[in-house]
Design a protein around this ligand. Sequence first.
Ligand SMILES: CN(C)c1ccccc1CNc1ccc(C(N)=O)cn1
Length: 245
Amino acid sequence: MVFDLITIFPEYFESPLKVGLLGKAIQKGLLKVRLHNLRDFATDKHRTVDDKPFGGGEGMLLKPEPLYRAIEALKKESPEPWVVYLSPQGRLFNQEVARELLAKKHLILICGRYEGIDERIRQYFVDDEISIGDYVLFGGEAAALVLIETVARLVPGVVGCEDSVKRDSFAEGLLKHPQYTRPRDFMGYTVPEVLLSGDHARIERFRREESLRITFEKRPDLLAKASLTDEDRAFLEKLKREKAR
Ligand SMILES: CN(C)c1ccccc1CNc1ccc(C(N)=O)cn1
């Protein structure tokens, strides 16, 4: 997996790419993240990358030429790169989109600043416009980092045990069940005894029911998309009856 980042603030990414499992994965060569300063693709003396919008209006836009030069230079380096533009106008990013992007193997991420980029770059050179959520950031860098972390976690070997990635929240379409560790009694708050029972079948069922319960309470919208067994559906019916009471 290769991520090429086009940004006017490469320094933004310094420490996030060094720490934790992402830092280790890059060190191990499980994935590559390459930073490209958009200013290096400007040709004038002042390395200009932005300009005023035609038709007037507040703020500045990223000019098309430096972006075009950056994208074309990076496209030459690999067979089929996938050009992603992070913007509030993009399709909503989620775990499913992350799995799609993992299959692309080489992503070129454009981090917008100011009011965004010239429409002709978006229209003719971007393959995929993605938003990480309905809010406005100073720039696309934070969104790019969210995308990189989510996709990187899916690269084999990045997260220790593969199964844990499979059992993540959203992986099966449900929210993750609550988790506990020592001590058994913390300020009088104890751990559900089933988790101390050693009865793995019972523990698995308890955890599945807890996932169903918190998804039903906090994100019922996810239930429509989740893959549910008959046992799951029966449990959800019980929750609905309890709620109706
Ligand atoms: C300056 N803005 C508003 C802007 C406008 C257009 C493109 C990029 C930017 C950079 N900001 C971003 C980027 C992404 C997201 C998101 N939700 O993924 C939120 N904000």
